[in-house]
Design a protein around this ligand. Structure first.
Ligand code: CA
Length: 233
């Protein structure tokens, strides 16, 4: 069963970008633009995680967070606040209202996704896989170790993130631009050819044997679904 994430955010492009990336990781996502509307909808359905913008029409994210904490059904709902303000006192206020974590806009997408996973792992330890497995590959998100056929592989930090990114969605084809967003983050400028360089390094680090990464001509790369389904063969 897919974990359910609700995004309350009035900046539509940001809400769409978050939705797209969360869905790519397999979450079920809905988006709400107004604080007051969110309050009503959260009375009907409680998601597994709430991404809550600070400044919202209707009622503010802070106020909504405070109200949610007063209700039994949402008292322990994991909440990550999205805030455009960076002042330390404001951050403290954000947490004082009961949010579990916060990120300051503009944030790095890989970092936000990592926090979403970390919070869900704490809240729903059985539902979030710490270890991704495909074929004879095992990637441990917590220890950052990768094994192939039981032998430990030595990957650089970027190659690790790249493999994790691809392994999360076997079969899905990612463009170089999507990989840059997902692995390097939006705010870092790197050339699309950088992706090819790191895929090359990753392939080398994965060693001999079947190549789990498929180059899709004219599109990008994907984690080979057949490899993922191949068991230890
Ligand atoms: Ca806003």
């Amino acid at each position: 069963m897919a974990l359910h994430v609700t995004i309350v955010e009035d900046e539509e492009p940001l809400a769409l970008m978050l939705r797209y990336n969360l869905e790519a990781e397999g979450y079920r996502v809905d988006t709400i633009e107004r604080g007051d509307e969110a309050e009503i909808r959260l009375r009907e359905t409680v998601p597994d995680l709430l991404l809550l913008d600070w400044m919202l029409p209707g009622i503010s994210g802070i106020e909504l967070c405070r109200r949610l904490r007063q209700r039994e059904a949402t008292r322990s709902l994991p909440i990550i606040m999205l805030t455009a303000r960076g002042e330390e006192s404001e951050r403290v206020r954000g947490l004082a209202t009961g949010a579990d974590d916060y990120v300051v806009k503009p944030f790095s997408l890989p970092e936000l996704m990592a926090r979403v996973r970390a919070i869900l792992r704490r809240a729903k330890p059985d539902l979030i896989a710490t270890v991704l497995k495909a074929g004879d590959l095992e990637l441990d998100r917590e220890t950052h170790r990768v094994r192939r056929a039981g032998r430990e592989l030595h990957l650089g930090p970027t190659e690790f993130k790249l493999l994790e990114f691809l392994m999360q969605s076997p079969g899905r084809v990612f463009s170089r631009a999507q990989m840059l967003d997902g692995v390097w983050g939006r705010d870092i400028y790197v050339d699309e050819r950088t992706v090819d360089v790191h895929v090359g390094r990753l392939r080398k680090a994965l060693g001999r044997g079947r190549d789990p990464i498929r180059t899709v001509r004219g599109s990008g790369y994907s984690f080979d679904e057949e490899f993922a389904g191949a068991g230890a063969a």
